[in-house]
Structures are given as C-alpha cells and as structure tokens.
Ligand binder design. Structure first.
Ligand SMILES: N[C@@H](CCC[C@H](N)C(=O)O)C(=O)O
Length: 291
C-alpha cells in the first residue's frame, strides 16, 4: 500500500482593487518553493484557494525580490497590483508602521515602494518602454507602435503598445469607429484573440479604454495568463502612457478599473511612472499540496 505524503504550504491572501494573490513566504529560498503546476491548482477558484496569481516574497541581499506565477502557471516580469500587496505583506510581517519604503527587485528591474500613512501604496514603476525591438510585438519593425491597425474578430482595432517590463497592447477603439463603451465589450470572446494573436510572440495583456476626460479614463483588461481580472496595475500605467502618446489625456490620470480606481502619473522630470492605490490582507491559511 502506498502511503500518501502530504506537503503543506502556509499562505496569506492579499488583494489590490480585486486583483488577488496568494502570497508565499519564500525568504529562506532562492527559487520559488512550489512549482508552476502547483500554482495553477492553488489559483483555481473551485479546487484551490483562488487567485489571479501566486507571489513569492524573496530576499535580494538587504532588500527584497518578487517573483510571480500567473494563474496559468506562466511567469510574468512584473505585476503592479501584486507589488502593492508585496509592500503590505512586508509591513505586516515586520509589524512596521507607515511611512515605510522598500526596494524590490523584479524581472523588470528594481521598483521603489512607498507605504503611505493614509494606507495607500505608491510605487515608482520606472520608465515605460516604447520602442521596438524592446516591446515584444511584430506590429512595427522599429520605433514606437502608436495606433497600429490590427485585425481581430473581423474588425480593425487601433493598437498602441507599451511595455512596463511586461507587454501591453492598448486600444481606444476600431478604425473609423466611435470611442469604446468598455462595459459593452464581449471581453471573454475577444480577449483571447488578442492575447494569442501572432503579432505578439510573448502573448500580451490587452487593455480596452474609454476616455471620460483628459484626466479620467476607464479600462477593462484581458490579462495574459489570467484572463479577465478586476484590475491590472501595470496595465493602468501602460494605458496612461498610450493615452498621452495618442494625445487623449494628460500625464496624471485617475484610471477606473472594475475593482476600483488607481492614480497614475507619468512624470515628465524623470520619465518614471508612479502608481498609487490600495492593497489589503484578506485571509491566511495552510493548504495541502497534492503529491
Ligand atoms: N495583474 C498584474 C499583471 C500580472 C502579470 C500579467 N498577467 C502578465 O502576464 O504580464 C498587474 O497588476 O500589473
């Protein structure tokens, strides 16, 4: 008779405007302590804990490192809502009070996280990447990809591409069309067609944007590796950059997402993007990892 061995994992669940993550204390190890396949099971909303991803809290010398698996097990370079959760996780772990700042290494470089007294987290997300070949798309061989036509679902969409370390394709609508009513979009149907389109060799996150004013945008997102989520922090940053590039908005915007608003500033003085929003602890527990 084979005796089943049961590995368990302690976790804490956090969310940033509804983008939810299973946070794992990985401080004593230099590689994630669970596999991508285990992360997929844990993210399942019926069979696991449920989440848009699993985030590993790791050391980087005196500072910290963030690694993340999407809910499909792929590993993205960066996660904006996740990194605000990361700041809250560290502050809870250290029982530190605000103001407090952290330097965190990601696969997209170092980010500076400021935990503010009002409970919000402001992240210096660094500069956006706008030029091919650094942005992973075949939509333009060189230079910036701004309002490039892309055929999806029998329609021609105008796409602007921005990398925040991870790839984003942003659209404000179709060629010759009106502005978008994002609530009316069949996101589950069209989202995968953008994500897996041949022009995006690394797949893509896709943002559909409605413009309320030059400082107020609304977006829905289809995330690479996670589908339709309540929010995407890197996506909101990329949307403001795209809106500025297309002449639709100013550099400081409130971006409404299904899970709530984020404040985004693309600062002229240093070319960095600053994202401000909340992050909250939801629950903690121990889960059995199947063998
Ligand atoms: N929700 C995140 C982005 C997570 C990674 C993304 N799905 C990708 O694969 O690039 C955010 O808040 O930025």
């Amino acid at each position: 008779m084979v005796k089943e061995s049961k590995r368990t994992l302690e976790f804490v669940k956090y969310q940033g405007i509804g983008n939810d993550f299973i946070m794992v204390n990985n401080l004593d190890f230099s590689e994630p302590i669970i596999t991508a396949a285990e992360a997929v099971r844990l993210c399942d909303r019926h069979l696991g804990i449920g989440g848009d991803g699993v985030i590993f809290v790791m050391r980087d010398g005196e500072d910290y490192q963030m690694r993340i698996y999407n809910s499909d097990g792929s590993e993205p370079e960066m996660c904006g809502n996740g990194i605000r959760c990361f700041a809250k996780y560290l502050a809870d772990l250290e029982q530190a009070s605000a103001p407090r700042s952290y330097k965190v290494l990601t696969l997209a470089g170092h980010m500076i996280l400021e935990l503010r007294e009002d409970g919000q987290v402001c992240v210096d997300m660094g500069p956006p990447i706008l030029e091919a070949p650094q942005i992973p798309t075949k939509l333009a061989p060189q230079g910036e990809v701004v309002k490039a036509p892309l055929d999806v679902d029998g329609k021609t969409w105008l796409m602007t591409c921005v990398s925040m370390g991870n790839p984003h394709a942003i659209t404000f609508g179709q060629e010759g069309g009106e502005g978008l009513n994002v609530d009316a979009l069949p996101l589950e149907q069209i989202g995968p067609l953008f994500e897996h389109h041949e022009v995006f060799p690394a797949r893509t996150n896709t943002e559909f944007v409605e413009v309320f004013s030059r400082n107020h945008l609304k977006m829905r997102v289809w995330e690479r590796g996670a589908g339709a989520t309540q929010a995407c922090g890197t996506g909101a940053c990329a949307v403001v950059v795209a809106a500025v590039k297309e002449g639709r908005a100013e550099r400081r915007c409130t971006v409404d997402l299904p899970g709530g608003p984020l404040e985004i500033e693309w600062r002229e003085s240093d070319n960095h993007i600053y994202m401000t929003g909340p992050a909250k602890r939801v629950f903690q527990g121990t889960v059995v990892l199947e063998n």
